[in-house]
Design a binder for this molecule. Structure first.
Ligand SMILES: NC(=O)c1ccc[n+]([C@@H]2O[C@H](COP(=O)([O-])OP(=O)(O)OC[C@H]3O[C@@H](n4cnc5c(N)ncnc54)[C@H](O)[C@@H]3O)[C@@H](O)[C@H]2O)c1
Ligand SMILES: [Zn+2]
Length: 339
């Protein structure tokens, strides 16, 4: 198992990554917390909570679960199960369970220990790291949330074997993003192993996850609250989020940001920030990963959605744009005529 550590001024988080990591979880919990955990899972991920003490709190699967009513129900469950400030909350699942249980843990008794056991590729390379928690409101996604670092993250790539194909591919989009923004070698590993990638080769996945997590940890270490560098993680997301909104979330997140990376790379080319061959190479890998480059979305709807982006600063949308494979420039204000 590989262990990575995130040390911040007021917290420390250990991230264990590797096949068989899940089997180590009960021992890690016991040695770190000493108290029995309260486990939160969804119907598809409860199977990965079987080795832990006590019956898990099992929620319905899917994005609609990430709402204030479920948050309230979790607080109630914690109270009924006599969770106290020594009880670790263990979130076993994808980003939905992680964000929701994370929010609940960060607010219950003003904060109880949080452990993430991400079971989707997206959660393993992205959402379980960095300490953002959230629920959705009817008015928009992730509108209420907290920054709250987990104390422990246990990533077992073996859990990915049961992940539906479309969910798996959505995680690959994030891995491609990490390659584009920060890690040419990672990009090239995926580029030269597309068959293994499609076959979910465990060794390759473990390596990819370790690289992605390392990048995210390095970014969060210097910019926990997204005041600067953390913005680079939003490559493909400025347009991608707008596409998600404009299409009523019928695309997966990874599908939307794949289209977003294509379009944002196009803007970079038009602004003279990178040669067309960078975009061609990026898009070839996106396509090889089974992800889309285009979608039928009215441009006007995307533009309108982009104007509502919560990351827009005084009306100006700041883009992260590629210079080369593994290198981005930010923030870039894009001329309106290009949008
Ligand atoms: N906190 C952050 O920094 C951050 C970053 C990115 C995304 N997010 C959030 O993450 C959420 C999306 O996360 P997601 O893509 O993991 O979705 P998800 O949690 O809904 O999981 C996708 C589906 O896969 C199922 N599943 C999960 N693991 C499985 C497994 N091993 N085998 C079989 N089925 C499994 C789930 O039950 C669900 O049906 C969004 O709400 C997004 O806003 C948060
Ligand atoms: Zn994303």
């Amino acid at each position: 198992l590989k262990r990575l550590t995130l040390k911040l001024p007021h917290s420390r988080c250990d991230v264990w990554i590797g096949a068989g990591a899940l089997a180590r979880l009960p021992g890690l919990l016991q040695s770190m917390f000493g108290a029995p955990p309260a486990v939160v899972a969804d119907r598809n991920t409860a199977r990965y909570a079987r080795g832990l003490t006590g019956a898990p709190i099992v929620l319905p699967a899917g994005e609609p679960t990430k709402n204030p009513r479920q948050l309230f129900r979790l607080w109630n469950q914690f109270a009924e199960r006599r969770v106290d400030r020594y009880t670790p909350i263990v979130a076993v699942g994808g980003g939905v369970i992680g964000d929701l249980a994370g929010f609940a843990a960060s607010t219950y008794m003003r904060g109880v220990p949080l452990v993430h056991v991400p079971t989707t590729l997206l959660a393993q390379v992205d959402s379980a790291i960095g300490g953002k928690t959230a629920v959705n409101l009817p008015q928009g996604k992730n509108l209420a949330g907290t920054f709250y670092q987990p104390r422990l993250v246990v990533i077992d790539p073996e859990t990915l074997s049961t992940l539906p194909e479309r969910e798996y591919r959505t995680g690959l989009a994030e891995a491609i993003k990490y390659g584009m923004i920060r890690d040419r070698a990672l990009f090239e590993r995926m580029e030269s192993n597309v068959e293994k990638l499609a076959a979910r080769d465990p060794k390759l996945l473990e390596e990819i996850i370790i690289r992605c997590v390392s990048i995210k940890l390095a970014v969060v270490r210097v910019d926990e609250r997204e005041g600067g560098l953390r913005m680079i993680l939003n490559y493909g997301h400025t347009i991608g989020h707008a596409i998600e909104r404009a299409t009523g979330y019928r695309l997966t997140h990874g599908e939307a940001i794949s289209i977003g990376m294509n379009r944002e790379a196009e803007i970079a080319v038009k602004m003279g920030l990178c040669p067309e061959k960078v975009r061609v190479r990026q898009n070839a890998l996106i396509r090889a990963a089974g992800l889309p480059l285009e979608g039928r979305v009215p441009a006007e709807a995307v533009r309108a959605a982009m104007a509502l982006d919560k990351k827009a600063k005084s009306g100006k949308i700041r883009f992260v744009l590629p210079r080369a494979v593994g290198k981005v420039q930010f923030p870039v204000v894009v001329p309106t005529h290009l949008l």
